[in-house]
Every structure is written in structure tokens, then in C-alpha cells.
Design a protein around this ligand. Structure first.
Ligand SMILES: *[C@@H]1O[C@H](CO)[C@@H](O)[C@H](O)[C@H]1NC(C)=O
Ligand SMILES: *[C@@H]1O[C@H](CO)[C@@H](O)[C@H](O)[C@H]1NC(C)=O
Ligand SMILES: *[C@@H]1O[C@H](CO)[C@@H](O)[C@H](O)[C@H]1NC(C)=O
Ligand SMILES: *[C@@H]1O[C@H](CO)[C@@H](O)[C@H](O)[C@H]1NC(C)=O
Length: 894
């Protein structure tokens, strides 16, 4: 038992130490090598409020069957803030307070400064920022915080001024529109991210979401008197998804006004106008104060009454608020009344003005001197601390007390609750979460650990989890930070939003510690810190600031230096931006930034170094736009990858510019190629065919290319070719004009000649022949086959007789055979000089005898063999060839 208890001590101690706030942690480092005796005395030295000594429950109030408590969160640190003479807007979730003198209320005192100031405080009354209020536009009608902690101030003429938490005006100023300007805003109501206002002409306007702040007019409620009260049901809780405005008007009804209509509700239920209304957090219930001094709680569509209770005053309360979902608070001058579903109301007396700040699980009560939190006592806490409680949790808590006093009663208690130990432990853990008092948190957690040591089946990390949450909560609740979140609010808000709020309030160190502690991404925090640092450090030289920034930025792997650099650039610190972006390892982020800060050359270098063609193009296009062409050409000339990419791109899309580039670098031949290519492109244009005059430009292009090729010795061939091409195009063009047939352009020289002959235009063919110095042989070949194509056998024969053909007669034979004109072929076969050719030609037209004769003249046995095979079907021919071959071999043998 002894060792087990000691073991359990060390656990308890760890719990206690871990409860210290995050900020204190380093100074309270626990050394695990300490001996157990020390551990024990350390524990007994802790000042723990003894249960027997402090009756926790004595501070509770009973409302119907539920307990409520109202612990003080902070004594307010502010001085001389008279809530009666100020307008106050408090943000939920332990958010900040905005305070401004209410000019509609006061008679100015001499002592008071004539300057009207808007002051922002934390919930503990610590001044966050202030600014002089000098807006025109009349009375300040309404003021409220949005979900992202922007302060919204609506003035009479319908202008909406927005402030951040550092009291900086966020521009542009918004306007609720012309009608509001003309008729004045009389009142407004807010919700998380929107507002509704009513003008003195009784028209309603709404900004549904400040993220997209446009004012919309709602349906005309058709009233001619100011409503007694106004409340809104947030869009997220309405059927239509649009805001619903409830107006308590003189007839015994409530009007529900929406964008597209007005409804009257509560006609059966109300007997007079409502004086004050407030909708519950979930939009389901409406608490209202009736004309005859009653608190009425109904469904928000006024169909069912939940509570109707007489109040002591017939005057409507100054403030009406829901406290959680179970009770409603009514505040008159010095009295705060809490009403539940049944039983006597609870009275609280205040001798100073207070402000009720509804939270999801209670109401914060702000006064000149303190901030309190009124909430229903959680069940676990009730089970432990109710006077005379014999719940397992209460007994466990008691057992710890006995144990601390070394009383044997500790064991006795434990034995009593053995079977329900897990639930006792759970209750202690849960109650811990709901405590604001750190020493009581400690005691409760010690009780939980004490119990856990004796119960094997309790989830072990439950206590650690709770410690973690409480360390965060205690840290942000500390008066310096002043965010008094309850555990329920914290869970609803989520840690990441909390961290967002901390960094927004420039509590970067704490935000960093918390995100580190909770294992969340620290990048958000460090990034925000770095940006704020840059904004705030106008006087620190670049190099020094860079050091400071790098020191922190390196804490977070993968952080975007480029983003920080971008911010530096936006703040006019281009040099710092350039220094920062050097540290960005990802070219994809680095390069665009370099461009945006005007470091094009470095950007191009980085982009080409990393070889990402997309990035290179990005830089190219950027520089291209910004620089003079010659400067641009010089830039890319020295970077082969960039140059090649540019050329590739230019070939497809930017010929003119690419030509300029080639000219600038003296690559005339490349310009020439481009021109040549362009001429082809022109040719592909359907307009260019049909002898259209587009051929003119084409020819010019080719000629230009030719002259450019001629500039360099190395391109004589190209120059010549271009020259010929131009000449050919010109002739073809003329031919098309004269023949009125679009069949010449872009055909080859040979085809041109052939086409001329086929068309019977021998003069033109001759002219082309002469122009292009077509050789005789080629000319013969072309003409022979062209004539055969048109079966002009007469012309062919005439042609064969002009002179001895330089290509011999074989092409004539071929052409006739191909045209399947044996009769024509026979005319030329005898003229073939070579008997072998003759033999073969005869064979091809099936004249075996003549073939055989020719073959035997040639004295070619092998040829005879082949011919025999050709005439294999023909037995007579076969025999003939055999005989001849035999004769031949005989002659050869002799
Ligand atoms: C606990 O208190 C006793 C007496 O007040 C003191 O002698 C002892 O050093 C304290 N132990 C620790 C760990 O502070
Ligand atoms: C409460 O504790 C104080 C000392 O801390 C002691 O003097 C007093 O007797 C205790 N009261 C009760 C009721 O135990
Ligand atoms: C605010 O509270 C302080 C301290 O209780 C008091 O002295 C002061 O008179 C109060 N101020 C106002 C304006 O009520
Ligand atoms: C917003 O209002 C303030 C004065 O109230 C004025 O100085 C400022 O120029 C306005 N901003 C814009 C963008 O109109």
C-alpha cells in the first residue's frame, strides 16, 4: 500500500505541475530524480483549500432545482470607466470590450476631455488600444463585434465604420445606402457577422455578411411608429436562410420582416405590445417583456408559451438576456433578476451599473469594478460540492482531504466507493474543467489522480487531456491576456480560432507556445508574427531585421519565405524582400515573388536554374511586357534555356517579335527561314488557292528570305533554293492565271512541266524547261510519261523522232507497256539497243517468239531460263526456250 501510494504521489505531482500556466512552465521545471520523500513534503506544503474549510456550495444560488454560481473572473484593471455614461460593446467568447462615451446621455463635465475616444479593453480591463473618434455622420447608433473581432460602428447617417482590435480604422467605410443617409438610422441589431438597422422612416436594411458587405433593403413593415423593440433570428437558424427581424409593434403582434415579406405572429397570444425581446442562442426561443410587466418565454414563432411570469416592476428592464438555455436575466437600474422555468427568481443587487454579456453557457457580468461569470453549476461540480453530498465523487474528494491530513478515513472512503470509483474520478475530472480557480482545479485533479491510482479501468489519458486543456485555458485567462474562456466556450470556439485571435491581438509568443503544445501547425503564428514584425519595425535596418526574422522563421520547416517577403515588399521594403526571398527553397514560390518585387534577372536565373519551363515562361512573359525589346533580347540571349523556350514559343505565336530577336542577334538565316515558313503558311490559307492575289505576298516573302540567306556565305544553298522557289512560284502563278486552273502552285518543278504537257501546253512546258535549265534527260522522261498519260501516241511517236532520245527508247517502251498499249510498245522495242532489254520487253508483252530471238542474240542462258519461267503456262514457248538454251550451252561448251 505504501509504495503504491507513493507512486500515485508522483503522478499527482506531475498533474499539479502540469497545471501551471504555459508561460510559467519553464520556471517550474520538475526534476524527476528527486526522492519520494521530497515529493511528499512538497505536496503537503502546497496550499490547498480544504473542503471542510471553504464551503464551495455556500456561494451558489438555487433557482428552481438548479444551482447557479457567479465567480469573479477579474477585478477590472481599468480606471474611471463609468458604464452608465459609456456605450459598451463586448465580444462573446471572452472577447474584447469597446468603450466610448455615450454622447446621447451625458452632460459634459469640466473634468472630461472634450475629445471623444474609442477605447478597446481586454476582458480584464487592460487597455488594448484607443483612438480619437472624429467621424462625421451624427450619433453613434450601434456598436458590436463580429465573429472575427472586427468592431462595427453604425452612425446616424448610415455610415458603418470598422475597426480592428488595435483600433485601426478598416477602410473602406461602408454605407447602408442612400435611404439611410436621408432618413437617419434610428436603431440597429447585430448578430455574428451581420446587422439590421431601422431608419426613422421605419424601413429596414440589412448587411447579411460583413465579408461581403452590401446593404439590402428588407420588406416594408408598413408601420408608422417606431417599434418598441427589435430582435433578429440569425440566418443560420431560419428556414429561408435569410435573416428574420422581429419587431414588437403597438398592435398586440410581432412582425417578422424578411427580404420578401412581412408576417404577423402572436396575435392569439399577446394582449399588448412587447417592450423588450431577446432570442435565444439557437434561435428557437424568444424571451420578452410584456406591456403589463411579465416575462414571457415563447417559441420564437410565438406559438407556444413556455414561461409567463409576473415581474416586480412594470417598467421594462434595461437589459434582457438569456443565461445559457435555462434562465433569463432581467436588469433594472440596481437589480438583476434571474428567472427560471419555475420557483422563486434569484435577486442580485448591484450598486453600480452593469452590462450583461451573453455567452453560450452563461452570462458575463461587467461592472466598473469586476467581470463575473454567471453560469449554471455543472452537474459534476454539484455532485462533489453540494453540502452533505454522499456521491462517490464527493467521497473521493473527501478521501483526498483525509489522506492529506493522514487520516485513516481516506481508506475507509475509498472502500465505500470502490465499485463506482471510475465515475467518481470522471466527475472530478469534469468538474476540474469547469473551474476558473487554479488551486481548486489542482485539488480536484489531485482527487481524480488519487482515485485513478486505485482503479485500473479508468481511461488514463482523460486526466492528461484535461490538464492540457486547462493549461491552455489558464494561460489565456491570465489577466495580462484577459480571455476568460470557459471550457465549453473553448471547445465551441476551437483551438485554431483561439490561436487566430491571439495572433490577431499580437500575442504571438503565447499563440506559438499553445500551438506547439497542442501539436498544431505553427506556421500560421510565425508567419503572422513575421508580417507584424515587418510592419512594426520601420526603423530597423534591413540586415538587422532580416536576422531577427530568420531567427524565428527557421523554427518552422517549410514556411513560406516568399509570403513574408511579399509582405515586406508591400510595406515598401523591397531590399528586405529580396533578402528574404533568397531563403525560399521552392522556386515555384520564389520566382513569382522575385518578379513582383522587380528582381527580374534573379527571377530568370532562378527559374532557369531549376529548369521548370513553366516558371521560365512566367518570367519571360513578365520581362517581355516590362522591357524594351532590345533589352529583353539581351536578357534572354545569355540564358540558353530561356532563349530556346522563347524561340520555340515565338515560332508558334510571335513571328514578328522572333524576327526582331533574330535580327538583333544577327541570325539573318533564321529570319529567312521564318519568312519562308510564313510563305508556306500563307499558301495553306484557303484564300491563297484559286489563283488569288495572295500569291504575290508569298513570292515576296520567299524573295526576302532569299536575300537574307544571301547575306551569309554559309547559306548559299538556301539562298539558291529560295530564289528558285520564288521563280517557280511566279511561273506557277502565271500559269494558273493563263490556264485559269489552280493546279500549279506548290507543285514540284517536274509536276509543273508534266501538268503543262498534260494540258497540251507544250510552249509553257518548254518555257519552264528553259527557265529552270531542266536537263534533256529529265525533260525526256517527263514528257514521255506525260504524253503516255494522256495517250497522245502520235505526239509520242513524233517526240521519239525529233532526235535520238538522250534516254534511249526504253522509257518509251515502259510508258506504253504501263499504259497497256502493246501495239505502241512494239514500235519502240526494236529500237532498243540491248538485245536483253528487247527480250525482256517482248516477254512483258507476251511475245515469246520475239523474246526468244532477242535472248538468243544476247547469248544469255540465264535470261533464257528466266524467260522460260515467265512463259511457264505456254508449253510451246517453254520448249522453245529449252531448245535455245540447250543450243546455247552446247555452243558455250565447244
Ligand atoms: C515544507 O514546509 C516545511 C515547514 O514549513 C519546510 O521545512 C520544508 O522545507 C517545506 N518543503 C518544501 C519541499 O518546500
Ligand atoms: C479554516 O482554516 C483556517 C486556517 O487556514 C483555520 O484557522 C480555521 O479553523 C479553519 N476553519 C474550519 C471550519 O476548519
Ligand atoms: C468605479 O469603481 C471605483 C472603485 O470601486 C470607484 O471608486 C469609482 O467611483 C467607480 N466609478 C464610477 C464612475 O462609478
Ligand atoms: C472613412 O471615414 C473617415 C472619417 O470618418 C475618413 O477620414 C476616411 O477618408 C473615410 N475613408 C474612405 C475610404 O472614405
Amino acid at each position: 500500500m505504501q509504495t503504491q501510494t507513493l507512486l500515485c504521489f508522483s503522478k499527482i505531482l506531475v498533474v499539479c505541475v502540469s497545471l501551471c500556466t504555459v508561460t510559467q512552465l519553464s520556471s517550474l521545471h520538475f526534476h524527476s530524480h528527486r526522492r519520494e520523500v521530497h515529493v511528499r513534503s512538497f505536496i503537503s506544503n502546497l496550499s490547498i483549500p480544504k473542503m471542510a474549510n471553504v464551503s464551495v456550495a455556500a456561494e451558489w444560488q438555487l433557482l428552481y432545482n438548479r444551482y447557479y454560481r457567479k465567480p469573479e473572473l477579474y477585478p477590472m484593471k481599468w480606471k474611471h470607466v463609468d458604464l452608465a455614461r459609456n456605450k459598451v460593446a463586448a465580444a462573446p467568447f471572452g472577447g474584447p470590450l469597446a468603450v466610448i462615451r455615450d454622447d446621447s446621455k451625458i452632460v459634459q463635465l469640466h473634468a472630461e476631455s472634450a475629445l471623444r475616444k474609442l477605447r478597446l479593453f481586454s476582458s480584464s480591463g487592460h487597455l488594448l488600444a484607443d483612438t480619437v473618434w472624429r467621424h462625421p455622420g451624427g450619433r453613434l447608433v450601434g456598436m458590436s463585434w463580429t465573429d472575427d473581432q472586427t468592431l462595427i460602428c453604425v452612425v446616424q447617417d448610415g455610415t458603418v465604420y470598422r475597426y480592428d482590435i488595435h483600433a485601426n480604422l478598416i477602410e473602406p467605410n461602408l454605407s447602408l445606402g442612400k435611404e439611410c443617409f436621408e432618413h437617419n438610422v434610428a436603431d440597429c441589431a447585430f448578430w455574428g457577422n451581420g446587422l439590421v438597422c431601422i431608419t426613422e422612416a421605419y424601413q429596414l436594411f440589412c448587411i447579411a455578411d460583413f465579408k461581403n458587405p452590401t446593404a439590402v433593403k428588407l420588406a416594408d413593415p408598413g408601420i408608422d411608429d417606431m417599434p418598441h423593440c427589435m430582435a433578429v433570428i440569425e440566418p443560420q437558424y431560419t428556414v429561408s436562410g435569410n435573416v428574420e427581424v422581429l419587431l414588437g409593434v403597438d398592435d398586440a403582434v410581432v412582425l417578422i420582416v424578411e427580404e420578401d415579406g412581412v408576417q404577423r405572429i402572436g396575435e392569439d397570444l399577446l394582449r399588448g405590445p412587447l417592450q423588450k425581446m431577446v432570442v435565444s442562442r439557437d434561435g428557437k426561443w424568444l424571451a420578452s417583456f410584456t406591456h403589463d410587466g411579465k416575462l414571457l418565454v415563447t417559441t420564437s414563432d410565438l406559438t407556444g408559451v413556455i414561461i409567463e411570469r409576473e415581474c416586480e416592476s412594470a417598467l421594462p428592464p434595461e437589459q434582457l438576456a438569456w443565461c445559457g438555455m435555462d434562465a433569463v436575466l432581467l436588469y433594472w437600474d440596481d437589480m438583476l433578476l434571474m428567472m427560471g422555468p419555475d420557483g422563486d427568481p434569484v435577486h442580485y443587487l448591484y450598486d453600480e451599473p452593469i452590462i450583461l454579456i451573453p455567452e453560450c453557457d452563461g452570462v458575463r457580468i461587467l461592472s466598473n469594478t469586476s467581470m463575473e461569470f454567471l453560469q449554471r453549476v455543472p452537474d459534476s461540480t454539484v455532485s462533489i460540492f453540494t453540502i452533505g453530498s454522499t456521491s462517490p465523487a464527493a467521497l473521493l474528494y473527501d478521501a483526498l482531504d483525509h489522506f492529506d491530513r493522514r487520516s485513516a478515513k481516506a481508506d475507509e472512503n475509498l472502500r465505500l466507493i470502490r465499485s463506482s470509483l471510475p465515475e467518481a474520478v470522471e466527475a472530478c475530472v469534469d468538474a476540474t474543467g469547469h473551474e476558473f480557480d487554479i488551486s481548486r482545479q489542482r485539488t480536484l485533479l489531485r482527487a481524480a489522480s488519487y482515485g485513478q491510482a486505485f482503479c485500473s479501468n479508468f481511461q488514463r489519458d482523460r486526466i492528461q487531456e484535461m490538464c492540457k486543456i486547462l493549461r491552455v485555458l489558464n494561460a489565456v485567462r491570465s489577466p495580462e491576456i484577459g480571455i476568460p474562456l470557459s471550457i465549453q466556450q473553448y471547445k465551441l470556439l476551437t483551438p485554431s480560432v483561439l490561436i487566430g485571435r491571439l495572433i490577431n491581438a499580437h500575442q504571438h509568443l503565447l499563440a506559438l507556445r499553445i500551438s506547439e503544445y497542442l501539436g498544431m501547425n505553427q506556421e500560421v503564428v510565425i508567419m503572422h508574427w513575421a508580417c507584424s514584425k515587418i510592419t512594426a519595425s520601420l526603423t530597423i535596418p534591413d540586415a538587422a531585421l532580416l536576422e531577427i526574422l530568420l531567427d524565428k522563421l527557421k523554427l518552422c520547416k517549410g514556411i513560406s519565405y516568399a509570403a513574408v517577403a511579399a509582405h515586406a515588399d508591400k510595406n515598401g521594403r523591397r531590399k528586405l524582400a529580396a533578402l528574404l526571398v533568397e531563403h525560399e527553397p521552392r522556386s515555384s514560390k520564389q520566382v513569382p515573388l522575385l518578379l513582383s518585387i522587380g528582381e527580374e534577372d534573379i527571377a530568370l536565373m532562378k527559374a532557369t536554374e531549376c529548369g521548370d519551363t513553366d516558371l521560365v515562361y512566367l518570367v519571360l512573359f513578365h520581362i517581355w511586357q516590362k522591357r524594351q525589346p532590345l533589352e529583353f533580347f539581351a536578357t534572354i540571349q545569355v540564358r540558353p534555356l530561356a532563349r530556346d523556350l522563347f524561340v520555340t514559343y515565338g515560332r508558334c505565336y510571335k513571328h514578328e517579335f522572333l524576327k526582331d530577336y533574330f535580327l538583333s542577334t544577327g541570325q539573318l538565316q533564321d529570319v529567312a527561314f521564318l519568312l519562308w515558313k510564313e510563305s508556306w503558311e500563307l499558301g495553306k490559307n484557303p484564300m491563297a488557292s484559286k489563283g488569288s492575289p495572295l500569291h504575290g505576298p508569298r513570292i515576296k516573302l520567299v524573295e526576302k528570305a532569299q536575300s537574307l540567306f544571301a547575306e551569309t556565305k554559309e547559306h548559299m544553298f538556301e539562298s539558291k533554293a529560295a530564289e528558285e522557289h520564288a521563280k517557280l512560284l511566279r511561273i506557277q502563278h502565271e500559269l494558273e492565271v493563263t490556264t485559269k486552273q489552280a493546279i500549279f502552285v506548290d507543285s514540284s518543278l517536274s509536276d509543273t512541266i508534266r501538268t503543262c504537257i498534260v494540258l497540251g501546253n507544250h510552249r509553257a512546258a518548254m518555257r519552264v524547261k528553259t527557265e529552270f535549265k531542266v536537263s534533256e534527260k529529265r525533260w525526256y522522261w517527263l514528257k514521255v510519261f506525260a504524253l503516255a498519260t494522256i495517250k497522245d501516241w502520235v505526239a509520242l511517236e513524233k517526240f521519239s523522232k525529233e532526235k535520238k532520245p538522250p534516254i534511249g527508247y526504253r522509257p518509251f517502251v515502259e510508258a506504253c507497256i504501263e499504259a497497256d498499249e502493246k501495239g505502241e510498245a512494239i514500235k519502240y522495242i526494236p529500237k532498243l539497243a540491248d538485245p536483253r532489254e528487247r527480250a525482256e520487253s517482248y516477254a512483258r508483252i507476251g511475245m515469246a517468239k520475239e523474246a526468244a530471238d532477242a535472248a538468243s542474240q544476247a547469248k544469255d542462258g540465264e535470261l533464257l531460263g528466266r524467260l522460260k519461267l515467265t512463259f511457264a503456262q505456254n508449253a510451246a514457248a517453254s520448249t522453245l526456250f529449252d531448245t535455245l538454251r540447250d543450243r546455247l550451252s552446247f555452243q558455250g561448251a565447244s
